[in-house]
Every structure is written in C-alpha cells, then in structure tokens.
Design a protein around this ligand. Structure first.
Ligand code: IGP
Length: 266
C-alpha cells in the first residue's frame, strides 16, 4: 500500500476507534427498512442519452490541492451541482484530510430529498468498518466507497455485504490491474479508476485508458480525479467510461453549469 494512503487509513482507524461497535447485517437491514429508500446510485450513472454521467464532488480541501473552496456551504454547493446537471453527487465526509463531515452529507441529502428528482449521493470516505456503512445510510447516502488497495479481502467482503444489507451501492476504487481482479472477485458492479496515484498524489488519465477497456461489459465504469477540461472527459469516454467523478475543477469553476455540460458532452 502507498505511504500517504497508509497514513490516512491508520489515522481513520484511530479516529473511529472511540465510537466503534459491532453492527450486524440484521441491524443494517432494519435501518434500511426504517428509512426512505435513497435514489439509486448505479442507475444514475447509466445515461440513456449517450452523455457521460458526471458525479460532482463536494471537496473543501485535499492533501494534494490544499484549500479548494471556503465560500459555499455544502448544501449551497449541492444546489449548484444539481442546477448544473450533475447525475450524482460525491460528498467527502473525512474531516482531517479533506475538511468534510457527516453533517455535510446529512444536510446535502436532506436538501436533495426535498427536490422533485433527488440526486443520489456517494459517501466519500476511507471506509474500513460496517459502522461507517451504517452512518452513511443513516445520513441519506446512496453509495459508499471501497478503496481496494487500502483493504484486505475479508474487510472488503464485510463492507460490501454491509452495504448491500443497508440498501447501498458500492463504488470500488482501483488503480492497477491486480486491484481490478480483486474488485471483480468480490462481484463489484461499479468500478472507478482513480487517475490519482494515492502514493504521490499525481494524476494521469492513462490509468483509466489502460484499465477501463479491461472491464467486463456489464460493469459500470467511472474515471476519477484529474478531469478538468473537455479533452480529459473525452479521453475517459473513449476509454469506455460511463461516468466521470470531478471534484476540484467543479469546486473552483466560476460557472459550474458551463463546465459540467462541456464535460458531459465531450
Ligand atoms: O478533485 P479531482 O481531481 O477531480 O478528484 C475527485 C476525486 O476523484 C478525488 O477526490 C478522490 C478519488 N478517490 C478518493 C478517495 C478519497 C478521497 C478523495 C478521492
């Protein structure tokens, strides 16, 4: 595993330790049955009109970019993204490295739920325990992130089973071919190639170009990170991506709608 990711996972482990408790599949199913069903993340990523689905990310800061946006609140940013034509949202809930919170996710899903066609939200965080899946469902998320290189196979099985019990989709994030094989062995149906090497935090769209063509046809393909211009989105589309996940460029855009539309139609 890479250095920075190792550090983040160790920090996450310490951070959640004080509130850890066992969460059974039965508890997750009960939670799912007691809450309104969130909109489907998977369905939102397959667009019938041939455009790229854009997953717009609410990202206040990052280890690589530093501060990105202090201005808008998470719900304000969500409203902008919805008006801009996003297919789904990603809300970073890690606070230490990314400045997000579960409150951000809660506020965003509450805002969206009051709109005629709520967008599904991904809880973007470093997942390692079913408690985080429980939190995601309770906060109104439609999907969780599973970073394959950060986790061993038994942990991935536990997280994915917890997600399914809670009625959530999972975005499996990969960065190399061996991780694609592992994701597929777990039955992943949505796989994202992170173009950013989490070891050194440099982006290269070549990762999507090499890996997405190897996906089975029934898997939903996402290209993540480092997409800022229509030419980047066009490369992801040519590689076979159904969706792109865009954070920094959309957070900084003066006109998010213009940028998002130019990416979706690239
Ligand atoms: O801001 P960018 O370069 O558009 O990247 C967005 C997203 O892909 C990135 O934030 C991300 C991808 N995988 C992650 C895992 C954890 C935290 C963040 C991420």
């Amino acid at each position: 595993m890479s250095d920075k990711l190792t550090e983040i996972m160790a920090h996450k482990q310490r951070e959640i330790a004080p509130r850890l408790r066992e969460v059974s599949p039965a508890e997750l199913r009960e939670l799912d049955a007691s809450l309104p069903r969130p909109p489907s993340f998977a369905e939102a990523l397959r667009r019938a009109d041939g455009q790229l689905a854009v997953i717009a990310e609410i990202k206040r800061r990052s280890p690589s970019a530093g501060a990105i946006a202090a201005g808008a609140s998470a719900p304000e940013q969500a409203r902008r993204y919805q008006a801009a034509g996003a297919s789904a949202l990603s809300v970073l809930t890690d606070s230490h490295y990314f400045g997000g919170s579960l409150d951000d996710l809660r506020e965003v899903t509450a805002l969206l739920a009051a709109t005629p066609a709520p967008l599904p939200c991904l809880r973007k965080d470093f997942m390692l325990h079913p408690l985080q899946v429980h939190e995601a469902r309770a906060a109104g998320a439609s999907a969780i992130l599973i970073i394959v290189r950060a986790l061993d196979d038994p942990t991935i099985s536990t997280l994915y089973a917890a997600a399914r019990a809670a009625g959530l989709d999972a975005l499996f994030e990969i960065h190399e071919e061996a991780e694609l094989a592992r994701a597929l062995a777990h039955g992943a149906q949505i796989i994202g190639v992170n173009n950013r090497d989490l070891a050194v935090f440099k982006t290269d769209l070549g990762f999507s170009e090499r890996l997405i063509p190897r996906f089975p046809k029934d898997v939903i393909a996402v290209s993540e990170s480092g997409i800022a211009a229509p030419a980047d989105a066009a490369r992801a589309r040519s590689a076979g991506a159904h969706a792109i996940l865009v954070g920094e460029a959309l957070m900084r855009a003066a006109d998010p709608r213009a940028l998002l539309q130019s990416l979706a139609t690239a």
